[in-house]
Design a protein around this ligand. Structure first.
Ligand code: PNW
Length: 499
């Protein structure tokens, strides 16, 4: 009897575990990259200068190791090696981005670069040959410098420019691309690029440029969605979404109601800034942003707030313009406030939040901003379900940085723990997560960190002219996961000493 009970218990436990490690039918797996981080060929075959070329060449001291995207992993010439690596991993889809300045070198559609078109067609054909679906981002940060010279995302004319570029891409590539992402990580573009120097174009117009950028960017995104919807969707039968990044904020003391409120404010300022206008019934910027910024602006002696709510036309026009909620997620911060963050510039997004003070929790990575906090991911996903009316979700990026080891147990543990959170929210909370893209395929140009922080499941030796790619242990882990649709249990993937 006792034995029977034990066997029963073991079976129960086992099926419980099996339930938790297996992904539902139809869940898709991919990996993600971005053009400027891998392509190289920065000034050949007709490509023009983009804002990252300009920043890395004019201010190399801003890049941790002085590297740039001139050659990067040379994927412009070695795309077949990337496709072979993707095929080895067995992924369902490949998230890549198009380089605007390679396709339309003037930024406008008066001249189309034939080599750029050839390159993307060859890449898309190579993917088709291996049955790998492309998921394509129109804009992943590499704005043509000619458009930046006109103000970039701070110039409302960008709405037209972006629409024209997207129109061209839909027409040219729409028979091969069924899944589109308009823009990658608006927060990073606007806050890091126009409110700070963390990303190109590195215009430190804190508290001003960042909000000009968000107005234009959200309108441009919406116009491209409507264009696709009205002109291309029926013929091409595809989908279109936006990818929003979030650092998730939690109160360091969940019993402290002031902190709980501040964490919610921080999440509205970070994720809600771009998600609220698109994914809520109400539309427009989150009320707490509008209120805080109006109050701060008045105190600064301005007669108009630095961020104003959209008018009714634009609230309606932006609402509902994404087929899925694309989430890039990496990490969680704790809110330790209330209090004034001494590092906050005035005026600035940070100060507008209520100067929330944060500190990181969890284990380190090679990136200062990236700590391992899987539970935060689950909380973010549950919050998205309840805040945005249960949207269908794609995780369009998630990954971990180290210094480039081949036995990358840290990455495997990170992936395993974050993927477990996805399984938990799918099975326990009915969050509709439909697919997952790991960041990233090959170690690549990690923006201002250069090659000093490595996110790839393939190691790339950038000292060699042929940029050889070597699978890390995490590539084997991901390959096993994709093949079985189940979290691998094989102990060779886990560093016994660390468990
Ligand atoms: C993303 N954060 O950037 C980008 O989409 C990728 O191009 C990049 O290589 C990757 O993540 C790793 O950095 C992020 O502070 C930048 O939470 C900052 C954050 C998250 C993502």
């Amino acid at each position: 009897m006792v034995w029977l009970a034990i066997i029963g218990l073991l079976t129960l436990c086992h099926s419980g575990i099996a339930h938790r490690t297996k992904f539902p039918d139809g869940f898709t797996f991919g990996v993600a990259t971005a053009a400027h981080q891998i392509e190289g060929a920065w000034n050949i075959s007709g490509k023009s200068e983009n804002v990252w070329d300009r920043l890395t060449h004019s201010r190399p001291e801003l890049i941790a190791d002085g590297t740039n995207g001139d050659v990067a992993t040379d994927s412009y010439h070695r795309y077949q090696e990337d496709v072979d690596a993707l095929a080895y991993l067995g992924v369902d889809f490949y998230r890549l981005s198009l380089s605007w300045s390679r396709i339309l070198p003037s930024g406008r559609n008066n001249y189309i670069n034939p080599d750029g078109i050839r390159y993307y067609n060859a890449l898309l054909d190579a993917l088709a040959e291996k049955n790998i679906e492309p998921l394509v981002t129109l804009f992943h940060w590499d704005l043509p410098q000619s458009l930046q010279d006109l103000g970039g995302w701070a110039n409302p004319k960008m709405i037209d420019f972006f629409r024209d570029y997207a129109d061209f891409c839909f027409r040219e590539f729409g028979d091969k691309i069924k899944s589109w992402i308009t823009i990658n990580e608006p927060y990073e573009i606007c806050e890091d690029g126009y409110g700070d120097e963390k990303k190109a174009p590195a215009i430190d117009s804190h508290g001003v440029g960042n909000y000009l950028c968000s107005d234009t960017l959200l309108k441009a995104h919406a116009e491209v969605f409507h264009l696709y919807n009205e002109t291309y969707r029926e013929k091409q039968n595809g989908t279109i979404m936006i990818s929003i990044n979030s650092i998730w904020y939690e109160p360091s003391d969940p019993e402290n109601t002031e902190q709980v409120t501040l964490a919610e404010t921080a999440n509205q300022f970070k994720f809600g800034w771009f998600a609220h206008p698109i994914f809520t019934e109400q539309g427009g910027y989150p009320a707490v942003m509008v209120e805080n910024i109006a109050r701060e602006s008045m105190q600064e002696g301005l007669t108009k707030p630095r961020l104003q709510q959209f008018d009714d036309y634009w609230i309606q026009r932006i609402k509902g313009t994404s087929d899925f909620l694309g989430i890039n997620h990496y990490t969680t911060f704790l809110v330790t406030g209330p209090g004034v963050d001494p590092t906050a510039k005035s005026p600035s997004w940070l100060k507008d939040t209520g100067a929330v003070t944060t500190m990181e929790v969890g284990e380190d990575s090679a990136s200062e901003w990236l700590r391992v906090v899987p539970a935060g991911f689950g909380n973010l996903l549950r919050w998205c379900k309840s805040s945005y009316n249960d949207p269908p979700i794609y995780i369009t990026e998630n990954g971990f940085s180290d210094r480039g080891t081949l036995e990358d147990y840290g990455r495997i543990k990170y992936l395993n723990d974050y993927l477990t959170e996805i399984l938990n929210v799918i099975y326990e909370d009915n969050v509709r997560v439909l697919g997952y893209a790991l960041w990233t395929l090959v170690d690549n140009f990690e923006w201002r960190a250069g090659f000093s922080e490595r996110f790839g499941v393939y190691y790339v030796d950038i000292t060699q002219p042929d940029r050889p790619r070597t699978p890390k242990l995490s590539a084997e882990y991901y390959r096993a996961l994709v093949a079985t649709r189940e979290l691998p249990q094989d102990e060779r993937f886990f560093d016994q000493a660390r468990l």
